[in-house]
Design a protein around this ligand. Structure first.
Ligand SMILES: Cc1cc2nc3c(=O)[nH]c(=O)nc-3n(C[C@H](O)[C@H](O)[C@H](O)COP(=O)(O)OP(=O)(O)OC[C@H]3O[C@@H](n4cnc5c(N)ncnc54)[C@H](O)[C@@H]3O)c2cc1C
Ligand code: FES
Length: 356
């Protein structure tokens, strides 16, 4: 009887409750959690809507969801095991779903659209370009955030992190560090000089990667062009006299892939507390002149700040997905909580099942 009732009786509405906003709303069939939340007028954090940026990361407290695409490229195994989901890829299955999501940083300006032109480029390494863009008007952002960039004819935007520390009145000239991705539509064109005259559309700021107010030690890891948001964050923290122990690990393949080392050292020299800077090379020839650390950058997490309390320490990471996943494993193994690990994974289209 109950089976017949469930097959032919009135359909039970699916309700979603979102904790920090203290709201609940009803789902329409086949809507994602994000779509329904936005339709209900909730300022749910999001950006890409295709499961690659991680902005809509939420913790499932009650109920089950179907995933439109594998959460595993954007979220770590530890996060998935702890119940994290991507709201833009989640379709609630049960009558009641409860989620919590970290609201947007309170002093982050609302995203706006800007136009810009490339004013200069500079090779930082053989595959990382510093791209200077002159905007039509100043943009304000929080250190660590990123912008969306699009050229005419580009069917979807790309995300790039601000490499500079923010200025109160905004920045009209901004810099990105952009790594060439083999087979990548935008970066190949950029490195071939094909977008130098294009009129760029920039939208931002976006993102949850910013320094939380805290006095506990911070463990930072950058890989490749992932140095950009960490430079922004650390430069700003130095400037505002943030006083907390900091370890900065910079992972690169060889000496030729290291860049901005003097700038990181200058931040270390002006830091208000203990600062350990450790570049780590994974593919440096054994017989080279390099006397520094060798191996995977995430193997050195435990080394440089002896005696820290991992339960209260915070992690800040940016760079390739594999490095972030390994970093989350190492940090949580030491006792750091997932809630204290903040990162931007530089995902690309290679794992996205559905592109706009
Ligand atoms: C929050 C965030 C911040 C970021 N910040 C930076 C930054 O500061 N600096 C930086 O260098 N990068 C950053 N990125 C990455 C950046 O946004 C781009 O993804 C990257 O530059 C690649 O762009 P592309 O157009 O060259 O490559 P794409 O054209 O997107 O291709 C990337 C790869 O996917 C493959 N591919 C493309 N389409 C498909 C498909 N349908 N199926 C399978 N494979 C496919 C391509 O062959 C290529 O190997 C960031 C990403 C995120 C999410
Ligand atoms: S909005 Fe969900 S991952 Fe980007």
């Amino acid at each position: 009887m109950s089976l017949l009732k469930s097959l032919f009786g009135p359909k039970q509405a699916k309700v979603v409750e979102v904790a920090p906003f203290g709201v609940s709303f009803e789902m329409e069939s086949n809507q994602t959690l994000l779509e329904a939340a936005l339709k209900a007028g909730i300022p749910y954090p999001h950006n890409c809507t295709v499961g690659t940026c991680g902005s809509c990361k939420s913790k499932l407290k009650h109920g089950r969801v179907n995933a439109l695409s594998d959460f595993g490229y954007t979220l770590s195994q530890q996060e998935i095991a702890a119940g994290y989901i991507l709201a833009c890829q989640a379709i609630p299955k049960d009558p009641l779903t409860r989620v919590t999501v970290e609201p947007l940083v309170s002093d982050a300006p609302a995203p706006e659209k800007y136009t810009g032109k490339i004013a200069a480029t500079e090779s930082l390494t053989h595959d990382i370009l510093k791209v200077t863009i002159e905007l039509d008007r100043p943009i304000r952002f929080v250190a660590g955030q990123y912008a969306n960039l699009r050229t005419p004819g580009m069917e979807r935007e790309r995300n790039y992190s601000f490499a500079d520390s923010p200025e109160r009145e905004g920045r009209k000239t901004i810099n990105f560090f952009i790594r060439k991705i083999p087979g990548g539509a935008f970066t190949e064109a950029l490195f071939d000089g094909k977008v130098s005259d294009a009129s760029l559309e920039i939208e931002g700021p976006f993102g949850h990667f910013y320094l939380r107010p805290n006095a506990s030690p911070m463990v930072c890891i950058a890989g490749g062009s992932g140095l950009a948001p960490l430079l922004s964050l650390l430069e700003h923290a130095k400037h505002t006299r943030v006083k907390r122990p900091c370890m900065m690990l910079f992972g690169a393949r060889t000496q030729a892939d290291l860049y901005m080392v003097d700038q990181i050292q200058a931040i270390a020299d002006g830091w208000a507390d203990r600062f350990v800077f450790l570049p780590v090379l994974s593919h440096e020839p054994a017989d080279s002149s390099w006397t520094g650390a060798r191996g995977l950058v995430t193997q050195f997490i435990t080394d440089a700040l002896p005696g820290i309390n991992w339960k209260t320490a915070e992690g800040y990471m940016c760079g390739p997905p594999g490095m972030i996943d390994a970093g989350i494993s190492s940090m949580t193994e030491q006792g750091m909580s997932l809630e204290s690990i903040h990162y931007d994974k530089f995902t690309d289209a290679s794992h996205s099942s559905k592109m706009p």
